[in-house]
Design a protein around this ligand. Structure first.
Ligand code: GAP
Length: 515
């Protein structure tokens, strides 16, 4: 990653995403809507490249599994709205919630565990006095945010104040302190409610009559669509344990505080695998998938130094993973978490929790068990679940690619891995005459059948290179006077700026070899 100041890097990246058509605020002309984002022409290509790479590498052509055997994987595309009973069985109706507090004065709502608090302490010559507690919303530089708020509140205070040694989470504090807290957007103490659990599922109504029987939910994870189809897939695809069912699709969560660009959104896409194994092999497959998924992110251009694999603590484990071998997160050092990391993907041993729950709640019972012909054993398989976010993945790719470079006319270059780059190559005629545009058009027409390439005829060549640097195009081919004589073109490499000539009829092969 570049050397730019961490706090400004995110601002610059967000600005670039808008300027060059990667990501826009949803419904921007109406003032936007918090927690929702749209992908522009380049963003949609970036995210498609990510999802297609995931699908190819995990579903169509996965690495060999344990004992170097082929891994069996099939795909699925299940509906976003499911029978609401599925969400009771999965535990989401009862337990998929975050603690939330409201401010009675401003009507703002916060996630309680995202509020960071400390005591305002002043001192005179001999003793210190508490002036109450102050909360701010967690941010990348939360200590300085808290200090600035404290300075503002204590402006008229003649005594000196003592900066706190550390900030506590609102949820860790006793009720008496919570009750008298000064909230993040008010100067008065005691306006925050006590934390209440808030279910994150979006509700909707099915059909014309809006009563309790019409309530349904937008899925908060794609996983349950896989579990409820376990029997269907077993009956139709001749898969044998161990095998996986993979799905890419939208998920929705009514996050209390969506933030950090697309990192925590209310509508997002997941890339999930439910990998069904014999219970005896669950530990081995859990280790296999955590390692595979950690390596995969590196294979698409995320540097090892910005990535880490972190086992979750017992307290962090989701309800379905409490009994299993554990859960590990693949984490990326986002600019807004730096020096810490943020979750990109979770790999969980869900044991047989989900299949058992659906077997019981649907009345299907043993029909959701797996029958192993060789041994005659009938059992609920255990599940290892690698669950990645496509939007967090795209955001990590953008953060990783962003490099300030004052020596380039663009001032910035996006160093995407060629497989992820939204535009794979650009084709430029040096000038818009002397037969060069015709050759360029011909080359472009030929290459576009296979790759996302762009033809750019206008402006001076430096400006055209700059445009391509800013969107991360790895290769530019220029047709010039020499092309007319010897049928060669210049290839310019984005990262090294090196230029060399290759025969025009070798360009296709070059791209086959490099993409
Ligand atoms: N089926 C398991 C599951 O849903 P999760 O850790 O809640 O697990 C999996 O979500 C992945 O989905 C996360 O690692 C993250 O990449 C992505 N994700 C979760 N909540 C998100 C949100 N509010 N905005 C963007 N991505 C999110």
């Amino acid at each position: 990653m570049s050397e730019v100041k961490v706090s400004s890097k995110m601002d610059k990246l967000v600005a670039l995403c808008k300027r060059r058509g990667f990501i826009f605020q949803s419904s921007e002309i109406y003032g936007g809507i918090n927690g929702f984002w749209d992908y522009g022409p380049l963003g949609v290509e970036l995210k498609r490249n990510l999802k297609e790479a995931w699908w190819y590498d995990n579903v169509l052509c996965p690495d060999l599994g344990l004992d170097n055997k082929l891994v069996d994987m099939v795909g699925l595309d299940s509906s976003i709205i499911m029978n609401p009973k599925a969400w009771i069985a999965s535990g989401h109706v009862g337990g998929f919630s975050d603690p939330m507090v409201d401010c009675r004065e401003t009507k703002n709502r916060y996630r309680a565990d995202h509020l960071k608090c400390a005591e305002l302490v002043v001192m005179n010559a001999t003793e210190s006095h508490s002036l109450g507690w102050l909360a701010v919303v967690d941010a990348e530089d939360v200590e300085s945010v808290w200090k600035k708020r404290a300075e503002k509140l204590l402006k008229k205070e003649k005594r000196e104040w003592i900066p706190p040694a550390h900030l506590s989470s609102f949820t860790e504090l006793p009720a008496a302190i919570q009750k008298s807290m000064i909230g993040p957007d008010t100067d008065k103490p005691g306006t925050l409610t006590e934390p209440r659990l808030f279910n994150l599922m979006f509700k909707t109504m099915i059909g014309a009559v809006e009563d309790a029987s019409a309530v349904a939910y937008l899925r908060p994870e794609t996983a349950q669509g896989i579990f409820v189809n376990f029997r269907n897939v077993m009956d139709t695809s001749r898969v044998k344990i161990p095998f996986g069912i993979a799905q890419i699709g939208k998920a929705f969560r009514n996050e209390v505080t969506p933030r950090n660009f697309t990192f925590r959104s209310r509508e997002f896409e997941q890339m999930e695998i439910e990998f069904f194994v014999h219970p005896n092999q669950a530990h081995d497959w859990y280790r296999y998938w955590t390692q595979k998924r950690f390596e995969w992110w590196q294979s698409i251009g995320i540097s090892a130094e910005n990535l880490r694999l972190r086992p979750q603590t017992q307290e962090e484990l989701a309800h379905y993973a409490k009994e299993g071998a554990g859960s590990s997160d693949v984490e990326y050092r986002f600019p807004f978490t730096d020096p810490e990391f943020g979750e990109l993907e979770g790999v969980a041993h869900r044991s047989d929790y989900d299949l058992r729950q659906h077997a019981e709640h649907s009345g299907q019972g043993d029909r959701l068990k797996y029958f192993e012909q060789e041994t005659g054993e009938r059992f609920f398989p255990h599940v290892i679940e690698p669950s990645a976010g496509a939007d967090r993945g795209a955001l990590a790719l953008l953060c990783e690619a962003y490099c300030d470079d004052p020596n380039r006319p663009s001032g910035v270059v996006m160093k995407f891995h060629p497989r992820m780059a939204p535009i794979k190559a650009a084709i430029f005629p040096l000038v818009d005459k002397e037969g060069m545009p015709e050759i360029a058009r011909q080359l472009h027409a030929d290459l576009r059948k296979k790759w996302a390439v762009q033809l750019d005829v206008k402006q001076n060549i430096g400006k055209r290179y700059a445009r391509m640097d800013e969107v991360g195009t790895p290769y530019c081919f220029t047709i010039d006077t020499q092309t007319l004589q010897d049928q060669t073109v210049t290839i310019r490499y984005r990262d090294t700026l090196q230029q060399e000539r290759i025969a025009i009829d070798k360009v296709k092969q070059f791209l086959f070899d490099h993409l």
